[in-house]
Design a protein around this ligand. Structure first.
Ligand SMILES: Cc1cc2nc3c(=O)[nH]c(=O)nc-3n(C[C@H](O)[C@H](O)[C@H](O)COP(=O)(O)OP(=O)(O)OC[C@H]3O[C@@H](n4cnc5c(N)ncnc54)[C@H](O)[C@@H]3O)c2cc1C
Length: 418
């Protein structure tokens, strides 16, 4: 590994103090190095990528070389075995410079690669993870269908069990990387040999096989360089070993993947707020109106104060949730519920909380940042304009804000004494 990659520091001081979010020297070094990398290798291409609708293909390999694509993956397959705290730190930084890169690379290594790492057989891990982590292949996670988004249980795509494997029929939509991916992790309703419903199940699908076609990249309000699209399956035949995990366990795998996606979307939101703060501060100190810099106008100063408050509150809850994610994955807390500082943590509810909070604040913050910039903020040459368009996805993807509220409310109702 190069000097800029993360070493798993196994910091005993951090372990001893459960609420200590201080970064270690290695983490600070990595963050500094990663920011320099993003400034040099990512930021100069963002505006052009947004306009053309295409990310430079080299982004995947460059992010692989610096260790980003393998942050949460096992060393055995080329990963870094970083903590969630280290991962969200990097996700925040990348998000400041290019939302589309953050989404496409995240869909590949996280949404596709994460469940394979967690539930795949040794053969599946060896087959898919090393190339993915090296940035040589691109993956996607295909859950959403035209008739089933928030309500995953309604999906109708089928995987009919046959003697030689499974036959897939159905349609997926709004899938990040669908137009470009080599492989997709597809959630379908498994039908056993007799045609009976055997429950939702994930399948790892090679996009080159007969019977699979893709729609054109969808035109979007934001994230324009992250390709999104439909996938059509018409009697597409896949082998038996394409199944991920146990038959009927698809819903469970999806819910666990959602926890990680929500944490990552919260990190994205915090990164965007950070960028908005910096740009707004700079602009408010340069721009003059009525004979003084606009930062001296109380209304502008209050907007800056609002941005800072929303950013810092979200960052703190994000770092604590990342820390709790690490705790939740330790052997003794596999259920996702555990005691922390005297109360029971429900990690699913915590991930929902931080995504709800950070995405709501980030959408408000991009609005404030554009407002501080006045007419300039409406112009594409200022990144706050792009961020204003891009950020909306954080309130929709990985489950809408309304669904996050339901999850938090459900966990909360269990705490109310009877
Ligand atoms: C850019 C982009 C990228 C995406 N990438 C992927 C991807 O890679 N893979 C993938 O599988 N999907 C992906 N999606 C799909 C995304 O996960 C869904 O759009 C999202 O889960 C919402 O589903 P829906 O669009 O069907 O909305 P609906 O479920 O139709 O919701 C519409 C509205 O109704 C509300 N609503 C629905 N049910 C309830 C309820 N019970 N209580 C209260 N309110 C409710 C919602 O909150 C929302 O406001 C992507 C979407 C976008 C826009």
């Amino acid at each position: 590994m190069g000097t800029n990659t993360i070493e798993n520091t196994n910091n005993p001081a951090a372990a001893a103090n459960a609420m200590n979010f201080d970064l270690t020297a290695e983490e600070i070094e990595f963050a500094d190095g990663f920011r320099k990398f993003c400034l040099k290798e990512i930021a100069p291409f963002t505006a052009q990528a947004d306009e053309s609708g295409h990310l430079p293909a080299s982004h995947y390999k460059k992010l692989a070389e610096i260790g980003y694509t393998g942050l949460l993956h096992n060393r055995k397959y080329g990963g870094q075995e970083a903590t969630y705290a280290q991962a969200v730190l990097a996700q925040m930084i990348l998000s400041e410079y290019c939302a589309s890169t953050f989404f496409s690379v995240g869909a590949s290594c996280g949404l596709f690669g994460g469940p394979i790492a967690d539930y795949g057989t040794e053969e599946q891990k060896k087959k898919y993870l090393p190339a993915l982590i090296k940035g040589e292949t691109v993956g996607a996670l295909a859950i959403t269908e035209p008739g089933a988004g928030s309500d995953v249980s309604r999906l109708i795509m089928t995987a009919q069990e046959m003697e030689t494997g499974y036959t897939l029929n159905g349609q997926k939509t709004y899938i990040t990387n669908a137009p470009i991916c080599d492989f997709a992790l597809v959630l379908a309703r498994l039908k056993d040999a007799k045609g009976a419903d055997a429950g939702l199940t994930h399948f790892i699908v090679d996009m080159k096989i007969k019977g699979i076609s893709r729609g054109k990249p969808m035109k979007k309000m934001g994230l324009r360089a992250s390709p999104t699209g439909e996938i059509f399956f018409e009697d597409a035949k896949i082998p038996h070993d394409a199944i991920l995990g146990r038959p009927g366990h698809g819903f469970r795998i999806t819910m666990q993947a959602f926890n990680k996606e929500r944490l990552a979307l919260a990190a994205y939101s915090v990164g965007v707020m950070q960028a908005c703060l910096e740009d707004s501060r700079r602009y408010a100190k340069e721009r003059k109106a009525f004979g003084k810099i606009i930062a001296k106008q109380q209304s502008v100063a209050f907007m800056l104060a609002d941005i800072l408050t929303k950013l810092e509150a979200s960052k703190l809850l994000l770092m604590e949730t990342a820390f709790l994610m690490d705790e939740s994955e330790k052997e003794h807390v596999k259920s996702g519920k555990f005691m922390h500082n005297g109360y029971t943590v429900d990690i699913t509810a915590r991930c929902a909380e931080i995504k709800l909070m950070a995405s709501t604040y980030a959408r408000e913050v991009t609005n404030l940042a554009v407002q501080i910039h006045g007419g300039a903020g409406y112009m594409e040459e200022f990144r706050v304009a792009r961020m204003y368009r891009d950020i909306k996805i954080a309130e929709i993807g990985g489950g809408t804000s309304e669904i996050q509220k339901q999850i938090v409310a459900r966990a909360e109702s269990k705490r109310i004494p009877k």
